[in-house]
Design a protein around this ligand. Sequence first.
Ligand code: CP
Ligand code: NVA
Length: 302
Amino acid sequence: MKNFLSLTSVTPQTITELLDYADRLKYESKHSISHKVLDGKALGMIFQKASTRTRISFEMGMYQLGGTALFLSSNDMQLNRGESISDTARVLSRYLDGIMIRAYYHSDVEELAKNSEVPVINGLTDFCHPCQVLADLMTVREYRGALEGLKLCYIGDGNNMANSLIVGGLKTGMSVSVACPEGYEPSPRVLTFAKSYEGDFSLVRDPLEAAANADVIFTDVWTSMGQESEKAARKAAFCDIYQVNDAVMAAANEGCMVQHCLPAHKGEEITEKVFEAHAKEIFDEAENRLHAQKAVMATLMI
Ligand code: CP
Ligand code: NVA
């Protein structure tokens, strides 16, 4: 593995290895066992969009691995004044040992990786959010012991989270059901991928149908970063139906987990009641960003 751009290009075996490594790093952190395997190394973090979790977990992760992380706001880079992605990649490769990027367009991240001599990690694009889903898989595995045979349900927009959850869930042996409104389906590329898992994947309109017998239910905001101008239309399409609430939870298996990548819009995609009832799982998920990304960095940048 040279880069970590999407789960589509990572084998199931590599996903399992990353999860095992993340578990080990988490154990070591909790037991004050130092693991400075990236001593003296530097990660550049380019952000075209806002972030709380991604920025802080990468920065602290690098620090705990013995390295350093540089926050690079794209607003302040020459990138914002027209310097090409390809030249930026070639310059950054001369200073850094790895680049994390949160970008609007997935194609920009691919272009950066194509021209970079150092590993590139995707910190969210319009297409996917692989670091988040690695942490999600880690959390479900932590609670359930194994992923194989579980049913993962996603209710909401067919966005970057939906795309990564479908790929990550199917590659780790889960069955995946998605409920979304018409016109808000996951990426055609991901739906084509899911076709090869026929029987283990379903895309429906009714959240209750998708939630039936689920072991873990995921949701995400109705309007993602970069889609603010569509907010009213999206609210009309999702409102009252595409919400994780008591009725959805009643359709799921007893003890069903709830996960949310955060930030959450309580009262929209999830009720405050369901969110608070599952807060421990959700904040464990947020914490696991740190451990999962440390595994990715320590694998790529060593
Ligand atoms: N879940 C997630 O990526 O959060 P941030 O946008 O705060 O980084
Ligand atoms: N789908 C959301 C995820 C945020 C972590 C967004 O792209 O804004």
